[in-house]
Design a protein around this ligand. Sequence first.
Ligand SMILES: Nc1nc2c(c(=O)[nH]1)N[C@H]1C(S)=C(S)[C@@H](COP(=O)(O)OP(=O)(O)OC[C@H]3O[C@@H](n4cnc5c(=O)[nH]c(N)nc54)[C@H](O)[C@@H]3O)O[C@H]1N2
Ligand SMILES: Nc1nc2c(c(=O)[nH]1)N[C@H]1C(S)=C(S)[C@@H](COP(=O)(O)OP(=O)(O)OC[C@H]3O[C@@H](n4cnc5c(=O)[nH]c(N)nc54)[C@H](O)[C@@H]3O)O[C@H]1N2
Ligand SMILES: [Mo]
Length: 768
Amino acid sequence: MSAKPPQADPVQDAPRVVPPRDSAAGLPAIGHALSTARRQMGVRRTALTLLRVNQQDGFDCPGCAWPEPGRPHTAEFCENGAKAVAEEATLRRVTPAFFAAHPVSELAARSGYWLGQQGRLTHPMYLPEGADHYEPVSWERAFDLIAEELTALGSPDEAVFYTSGRTGNEAAFLYQLFAREFGTNNLPDCSNLCHESSGRALTETLGVGKGSVLLEDLHRADLIIVAGQNPGTNHPRMLTALERAKARGARIITVNPLPEAGLARFRNPQTPRGLAGRGTRLTDLFLQIRLGGDQALFRLLNKLLLERAEADPGCGAIDAEFVREHTHGFEEFAAAARAADWAQTLRATGLERAGIEQALDMVLASRSVIVCWAMGLTQHKHAVPTIREVVNFLLLRGNIGRPGAGVCPVRGHSNVQGDRTMGIVERPPAALLDALEREFGFAPPRRPGLDVVDSIRALRDGRVKVFFAMGGNFVAASPDTEVTERAMRRARLTVHVSTKLNRSHCVTGARALILPTLGRTERDVQAAGEQFVTVEDSMGMVHASRGRLKPAGELLLSEPAIVCRLARRVLGARSATPWAAFEGDYRLVRARIARVIPGFEDFEERVARPGGFALPHAPRDARSFPTATGKANFTAAPVEYPALPEGRLLLQTLRSHDQYNTTIYGLDDRYRGISGGRRVVLVNPEDARELGFADGSYADLISEWRDGSERIAPGFRVVHYPTARGCAAAYYPETNVLVPLDATADTSNTPAGKSLVIRLTPAAPSAG
Ligand SMILES: Nc1nc2c(c(=O)[nH]1)N[C@H]1C(S)=C(S)[C@@H](COP(=O)(O)OP(=O)(O)OC[C@H]3O[C@@H](n4cnc5c(=O)[nH]c(N)nc54)[C@H](O)[C@@H]3O)O[C@H]1N2
Ligand SMILES: Nc1nc2c(c(=O)[nH]1)N[C@H]1C(S)=C(S)[C@@H](COP(=O)(O)OP(=O)(O)OC[C@H]3O[C@@H](n4cnc5c(=O)[nH]c(N)nc54)[C@H](O)[C@@H]3O)O[C@H]1N2
Ligand SMILES: [Mo]
């Protein structure tokens, strides 16, 4: 079996289009997963690896953060999980010979797809100032170089330490400890680009910035509302949970501008009916909402619930006892909700009155309701008040802290939630710093640090000179590509701890380092023997992950080892922390986590149990709300929704079925009927006709920002697609050039890449 990467690039982007599917998974999903896996790993390794995903003695799937159903359990098959594993367990290698053959100037002209397809990084590599080739470097010299740049800084705040959410708990805990002993809270992470809006809204209203449901709750809910999420592609195993809920009589409302195939019908590849039959219909009511209309929708539903309760206090439209006992701010909220009006809501949402009334009836008929959401709610200017309105909606009927009910922000990266729990946060709570100070005997910095967007501003303005990334692909994932790339090039030193080659290795500071690391699938042997790491899923379950494959190269170090060696070299005698011992035995790290992070008491013992353990969640466990008021807070923000000027469209930037964030697996988006190319823009046929764009014509996308600036992404094939009126969609990261750095969500500062005002201009096809 060939493990050769494709040679051609730029890949000719020639999208072909057929009508979108109306169901997800089934037999084709297995076929697609296996053929990707075989291309990357060969037959034997494919079998060995895929059997180990999410097993009790195996590794945690590096795909999404959806929880595993009770373990031990046979592998729950998931096409995109298999692709994520294959991407990491590939037999292709990027060696020093590769870098000798390909100068950085050439790599910078390659597509992200091509870069990722070259294989696993095997050697620490160094790009000296003024050079055009990375050269191999010893680990020792690499740490010397970093120490040299870090010690030369005028202040520790001139360095930033980014994290992407695949990093396990042990490495994350060590990394934040190192950054703080070094003297900064500059710990931006991919959460800043992702669920930060959820964290903000939930902390303010419920006191805990995480979801309040467990998998069992989904199984027993009466009504599940899935708003702004595409689980068929991004959390495929969630479809199994939705199917189970339906089998027990639950109903599902989908709120989305796009009719996503996975939510329409699911053909479970685990069951004969799913493989051969038509599968299960999931969505009972589809509300095809306009981009950014969700706050208005939930506000109106809240008004209608209040009206029902007022007309007939005994009818149970609201849970008056819960509201009285457990909440704060009801009167102010109720006044704002009563002011909601139909005309404004229909304008904001683009929905029909009948659909909203039907949704209301379904809510009234349901005792236990869960709302699930992802990037469709978090990446808007008014994302935080939108999610707070969802909380208002759940609080009204007491849908927090009882079985089958609650908030379910569905997380992205497999350990993004755990990294936050471990203290990767640029605005740390005082309690965390106090605990670190007590445990490690140093004075942690108390100044707030920089998030992602503020890090880019600081790099742009020369206030940050060293950029260090624990995973991820910062320049491609961040907004305003040109601004971000210029900012990165101003750094003195950029360092990436990575498994695979990506764009961030090609757009560097004056000097750059690539530090190759072990992936989830690989065996991690240290002084005390074979190690495992731990992760936390989207529902606050913590469990072990143990890789079994031989590492991709002999020189790879684990993430914890890299942090420990870096800390020893940079901090030297300044630090009393036993870094060398931590590197040799992760149990010692877990013992410290147990003493510093609440909920991790007896960590080592509890994580050894099958399935791990659930972290405490006061609102879920005891209807106790650790907020400023000591109650769950109703809030009352003005209703906002994006304005749509004449002749313009609202663009959302989203994922295809064949990518993992900036990692492109292939050029197809099967469920949406697109293949062979990624430069497509999905536009409602009536809008397209009004704007004069036939299906198959080409357009440049031009985003318009409030300061009068414009940004252009050239050469997109126009696809007539059944999206909501006035709305368009195109893939990220290609469209990140269109997202202004200043276009962020209020208070969470998350780039608002789901409602950009754009216009189309006629264009020729581009080569990609
Ligand atoms: N295979 C795969 N899995 C992944 C990822 C991946 O790239 N590939 N990424 C991971 C990560 S980090 C994350 S954060 C998650 C992302 O998971 P998702 O949030 O599902 O990802 P997106 O593709 O951004 O999809 C956004 C969805 O919200 C809808 N939407 C957009 N705007 C609005 C709106 O204003 N209102 C409503 N109601 N809906 C809207 C879109 O039509 C789309 O269905 O997935 C994780 N899992
Ligand atoms: N326009 C627009 N922009 C977006 C989004 C959007 O919807 N629209 N979504 C945002 C979201 S939700 C997110 S989470 C971010 C994602 O931002 P990031 O997390 O920064 O990006 P990824 O593409 O997931 O990172 C992929 C790289 O991680 C490295 N990697 C993979 N596994 C490992 C590992 O185990 N260890 C280490 N050290 N490295 C590893 C590989 O080198 C790979 O190239 O993008 C955001 N950007
Ligand atoms: Mo994410």
